[in-house]
Design a protein around this ligand. Sequence first.
Ligand code: NAG
Ligand code: NAG
Length: 540
Amino acid sequence: MESPGVALMLWALACLSGPSTGFPNGKVTEHFPKHTVEVNVTEFKPGDRVKVSLSGPVFEGFFLQARNAENLEGPAIGSFALADRKRSQVLTCGRVKNSAVSHTSKSKKSHLDAYWIAPRDAPKRIQFLVTVVEKFRVFWVKIPGPTISQPNIPTLATPVVTEVTVGTSLPVSHLTQPFSASDCGSNKFCVRNPSDCDPGARDCFFLSFKRDHVDLIVVEMSGPSDGYIAFALSHDQWMGGGDDAYLCISDSHHVDIKTASLTGRAYPEFDSEPALDEMSWRLADGLIQCSFRRRIHFPALQGRFNLDANYYIFMADGEVSEGGMIHKHYRQPLITDGKFNVTGPAKDIGGSRSPLLIKIHGALMFVAWMTTVSIGVIVARFFKPVWPNSLLFGEEIWFQVHRALMVMTVLLTGASFILPFLYRGGWSDQAGFHPYLGCTVMALAIFQPIMAGFRPPPQAPRREIFNWLHWSTGTTARILAVVVIFLGMDLPALNLPDPWDTYTMMGFVAWHVGTDVLLEIHGYCLIHKGTVTNLYFSLH
Ligand SMILES: *[C@@H]1O[C@H](CO)[C@@H](O)[C@H](O)[C@H]1NC(C)=O
Ligand SMILES: *[C@@H]1O[C@H](CO)[C@@H](O)[C@H](O)[C@H]1NC(C)=O
């Protein structure tokens, strides 16, 4: 069933109650329905197939059934067979199987046929009743259709029907156009990603809060997704810990609006009844849109936060599998860069999908393994003869520079290394090989200065072994570090623009390799000219 919401409500209104009675919050007006039900017979016998046609002004939903004309409060009679399997479905009303026909989607229609099959124990007269949802909140409830009877039975007068406007608590497809950002910052509090994007655009995530009454807030959310979009209010920058979440879940041409508590990194705990009003939605152009109204204060309900306080706001999107099961967001959620009071002064803010700690982690690692380490190696490899006779603080200049740069590399790596652990609060299972290789690089980076500290003097026979170990450990660390950076760049937490991040990084690697090769060639030429001694190629 594609639209459980309206179908369920129609079922409740039409299946259970008698005609035109007892509609909750109903505003009864004096209009007459414009929809009609027609049949191709006036008499029937048990087992007969009767063609029933519903037509009239464009409608979205309907619910058709037959009842005993002398007891309209009684159960549904007979069963239906479908003439239009795409747009209609049979439902079970009471205990009688297939005793009602309803819509499958809220697509606009003006005509629909179905076949009614008279049961063996049919009453003398039956009457068709139809409930029609013309549009949002306009229902024609229990429009009496024709009465048909078994042979030789006089017909009955038909009861009166009324148009009923029902205040529904179920989400309905009511929105007709993308949300507007024109009030953002002046009249409503907006979060947009990318900043200042148009909520109708294909890549725009939009969330707004607008005060409706003293104690009511209208929330609008839209974003590109074919699964779900969601936002959550949180006291901290980590999801979980009872965060207050609102999800708009697309379920084959229908959107469910749900509230949930996020505890830990587990599946959200959905509330059975979202305490929201005026839920409506729209699916168009690859965007999910939904809006609802909620009270600012929720003293009684667990899980909902009061809106007049400061929160971090998260926005996420992800996929939904068959059956409405939601999947974890496949990219990093958007997080506002501070706590905000959505009921306070109207603001128009952006946010970031990349946490600051992770950005710093990436930046420091990049500086360490693309800059300081490379210069340090080049200095040790090619700059020994540049200042052959001058010392700096009692050591040769190339060595001082090399050591300073390498110590800086290790310090930068160490400082940067702890940031993801701080951000995740532990080990991340979702980063693939990146953390494993990263730890290897960290270990090599720590091992390298320790080994250098215990190096044998330049003339010692074991010096050769040290030279090779020092070189191979360093080179392994550098190569691994480049691999780790490539892996890390594509992780969602950094949210870099694919594929240009990879190309840029390739450019850097090419530049470094190219520089090394050029310097090697240069050095080789110098040796052949005999302008430098072997000192040039010996390590300190
Ligand atoms: C009414 O329609 C049904 C279903 O198409 C058909 O079986 C039946 O013969 C029709 N009856 C008349 C009188 O046309
Ligand atoms: C949030 O804004 C509302 C309305 O201006 C105000 O009443 C409330 O005190 C604010 N909350 C905080 C924590 O600043």
